[in-house]
Design a protein around this ligand. Structure first.
Ligand code: HSE
Length: 437
């Protein structure tokens, strides 16, 4: 049988890794797929030919991406350019031309996935996007197929390697945020715009996709609550440790009676949880199914070969399904398109969590009583208090509270009152706490 011809868009980190994996493992891949797979046409603006092994086995290399998506020989377009433009136009054109698409583009899927999947459905082609979430971890496959028997109750993950690397270095080596970020950029982990990593946008793209697959709702990136790690101070990392917690930047999605939570924020997790011990650039996702219980997926969430592992697995899946009836393929968002649900995504104020609060209080009698009265009046129960000695010559002392679970709206009201007290210096540092039981 003739090999299947791939059109590859982008020869950067992931594109180069894809060429390398596809060519190096060609024999095993063809035994798995049932057909040989070759890259007949690739497009890239600029690339480092010497750094890509197997590039000599790529057919034509051009700088015209539209020539690839319009090439009648190409059956599957692999989009590894990233960003929205021209990626969206190229993907829609490939679909319109009847080609299957494999992409690692989380931003594109999170923001335009509904439109892309509708177009693919119309044309009877597949859009595969395993590499868009948690790099080399096959989390989409696990949630969409392996856990298909379950009602998924919640999923929580460390889904941004750069952020996890920064938090790990802050905790283990007491290094400053900015310095570690620069290192993550130099190591090639960070997004082109590193605010996507540190402000949680990259994780929100990935969480949006996970939430839709978990609960069968349309992609709603704009409703995902997103908070980054840039305000975390080294002292918070230390105090969390003293209380038996680690701070991790988590994406959390959960189905409640009121709606679906989609939220990305720094989170205190008990240090005995396995996911609390996932360090450096590694990613991990916990998925809780009603039948299976908790399951944990761990691996490299970024990097050339790990991400290529997911891209090539998608290519193999598409090749295997080339002759199947489009109606019988695994649905893009795990649930059949006509069975998607309109359960609302919750506003963050309607979400209930426990909290870590750090405030700077003047060291004199009665101050703590005022703060605890405000918390008590708001129905907020205190789980633990930690008060530190004031630094030499300093009138303010850090006081740390762990609270029980409370509606975020109530906590916001209480924090406004606490911050208005004249004995409290500056704002209150608030980090949500999850036990992940
Ligand atoms: N910048 C991302 C990360 C790359 O650090 O996880 C993978 O999406």
């Amino acid at each position: 049988m003739e090999p299947v011809k791939i059109g590859l868009l982008g020869l950067g980190t992931v594109g180069g890794g894809t060429v390398s994996v596809l060519t190096r493992n060609a024999e095993e891949i063809s035994r798995r797929a049932g057909r040989g797979i070759i890259i007949s046409h690739a497009a890239a603006k600029d690339y480092d030919a010497d750094a890509i092994s197997g590039l000599d086995q790529v057919g034509i290399i051009t700088d015209d991406a539209f020539a690839v998506v319009n090439d009648p020989e190409v059956a599957i377009v692999v989009e590894l350019i990233g960003g929205y433009n021209p990626a969206l136009e190229l993907v829609l054109k490939a679909i319109a031309n009847g080609k299957h698409v494999v992409t690692a583009n989380k931003a594109l899927i999170a923001k335009h996935g509904n439109e892309i999947f509708a177009a693919a459905q119309e044309k009877g082609v597949t859009v595969a996007f395993e590499a868009a979430v948690a790099g080399g971890i096959p989390i989409i496959k696990a949630m969409r197929e392996g856990l298909a028997a379950n009602q998924i109750l919640w999923a929580a993950g460390i889904i941004n390697g750069t952020g996890n690397f920064i938090l790990t270095e802050m905790r283990d080596k007491g290094r400053a945020f900015e310095e570690v970020l620069k290192e993550a950029q130099a190591l090639g982990y960070a997004e082109a715009d590193p605010t996507f990593d540190v402000e949680g946008i990259d994780a929100a793209h990935k969480l949006t996709i996970m939430g839709s697959i978990a609960f069968g709702v349309p992609l709603q990136f704009e409703k995902t609550y997103t908070e980054g790690i840039s305000k975390i101070q080294p002292q918070d990392v230390v105090y969390a440790g003293e209380l038996g917690y680690r701070i991790k930047h988590l994406g959390i999605t959960r189905k409640t009676e009121k709606g679906i939570e989609l939220r990305v924020h720094p989170t205190l997790i008990p240090e005995r949880r396995l996911i609390a011990n996932v360090d450096g650039v590694m990613n991990a996702v916990v998925v809780m199914g009603d039948a299976v219980g908790p399951t944990l997926y761990y691996g490299a969430g970024a990097g050339a070969q790990p991400t290529a592992s997911a891209v090539v697995a998608d290519v193999i899946d598409v090749v295997r399904a080339l002759t199947t009836d489009p109606e019988n393929r695994v649905p893009h968002l795990a649930f059949q398109p006509n069975a998607l649900s309109d359960v609302p995504i919750l506003d963050m104020e309607d979400v209930e969590t426990a909290y870590y609060l750090r405030l700077q209080a003047i060291d004199k009698p009665g101050v703590l009583a005022r703060v605890t009265r405000i918390l008590g009046d708001a129905g907020i129960s205190i789980e633990a208090i930690l008060q530190k000695e004031p630094a030499e010559g300093e009138v303010h002392v850090p006081v740390i509270f762990l609270t029980q679970r409370v509606l975020e709206r109530n906590m916001n009201q209480a924090l406004r009152q606490i911050e208005a007290l004249e004995e409290i210096n500056g704002g209150v540092m608030r980090i949500r706490v999850e036990t992940l039981k």
